[in-house]
Design a protein around this ligand. Structure first.
Ligand code: NAD
Length: 317
């Protein structure tokens, strides 16, 4: 069936209504998120410190910028997906006396930071943005690289209701569930609660599989049993830590890609700091933090499911 003229003009007017987006940070998560925005017809200008990362997006149709400022020069919306708070701080607020990106943005720009950082850092950037008339949202995600590729991430957003309403159609391109958790920083608090639980679940799942294997069970058979029993959890459903139990997960690919152990360690530390600051007990979170701290000494760049190697180093070979 041919495309009707009216369909074409609708598409053209829809695309015209779409804001230009600057996307900063094109790693394991940022690259597929940016690709989904391109596929949905958004014009994207991208920036990353790594040339390899920007090349991938250039091939997908983005224009590559030389700096965050250059990327944002014609954008109404800025999205960032950076490793940690210090990177977010340096991009938006600047470092070594140099001004950050916020100082360069026109009033009314919408800034969405999807990195996982401390709620206090997110609030600090939000406050600076607000003084300049810029809307800032903390919008960390859950769902892993698989969710980023499939466009099924969960976005957990903190900030004003107005800014949330503006961001929602853009986030809906990259995610399936979009939550407004509360005001600035609320997205980050919810995210670290989730990731503390994820760290506990991954460490516990690896421990249970190891116990079974050391007692003669096949890891796949045991995983299938637990998946249909009360030990069922996200790691067993989509991210099994034992090699070759599941296809297309980091454990079946030498623990490459995915969510690096050092990033899980960062999130657990953020959870522990928040617990300490607010006088909340988190004994299971503390144990997971201890396990990941030891694990990242040698395995920081491997996916976080490589915590399996704590029990059986042969899984790394
Ligand atoms: P990554 O290390 O793969 O990617 C980060 C990218 O940011 C890299 O390409 C790096 O070159 C770039 N970068 C660093 N500093 C920069 C700067 N100053 N300017 C421009 N680019 C810069 O990390 P990732 O796995 O994509 O994770 C990004 C964020 O998302 C982290 O906060 C992480 O905790 C969170 N997260 C990751 C996952 C996951 O499964 N990987 C899931 C949920 C949330």
């Amino acid at each position: 069936m041919g495309t009707k003229d009216s369909d074409l003009s609708n598409k053209a007017s829809n695309d015209a209504a779409k804001p230009n987006i600057a996307f900063i940070g094109l790693g394991n998560m940022g690259a597929p998120m940016a690709e989904n925005l391109l596929k949905a017809g958004y014009a994207l200008s991208v920036y990353d410190l790594s040339e390899e990362a920007t090349q991938r997006l250039q091939q997908a149709g983005a224009s590559v910028a030389d700096s965050p400022k250059d990327a944002a020069s014609n954008a109404q919306v800025v999205i960032s997906m950076l490793p940690a708070g210090k990177h977010v701080h340096s991009v938006y607020l600047g470092e070594n006396g140099a001004a950050g990106l916020l100082a360069e943005l026109p009033k009314g720009t919408l800034v969405i930071d999807s990195s996982t950082i401390a709620a206090a850092d997110a609030r600090m950037v939000a406050e600076s943005a607000s003084k300049l008339g810029i809307d800032f949202l903390d919008a960390p995600v859950s769902g892993g690289t698989g969710g980023a590729i499939a466009g099924t991430l969960t976005f957990i957003v903190g900030g004003s209701a107005d800014a949330f309403a503006k961001a929602e159609p853009i986030l809906a391109v990259m995610g399936k569930n979009i939550f407004h958790a509360g005001n600035h920083g609320a997205g980050q608090v919810a995210k670290i609660c989730n990731n503390m639980l994820l760290g506990i679940l991954m460490a516990g799942t690896a421990e249970a599989i190891n116990l079974g294997v050391k007692n003669g069970l096949d890891p796949k058979v045991l995983s299938d049993i637990m998946l249909q029993s009360s030990g069922r959890n996200w790691t067993l459903e989509v991210y099994n830590p034992y090699p070759q139990v599941m296809e297309n997960v980091p454990s079946s690919n030498g623990y490459k890609g995915g969510f690096m152990s050092k990033l899980m360690q960062k999130d657990l530390n953020l959870a522990m700091q928040t617990a300490k600051d607010t006088d909340v007990e988190t004994p299971m979170g503390a144990k997971a933090t201890e396990l990941y701290a030891a694990h990242t000494v040698e395995n920081g760049d491997r996916d976080f499911s490589s915590i399996m190697a704590r029990h059986d180093s042969s899984v790394l070979s």
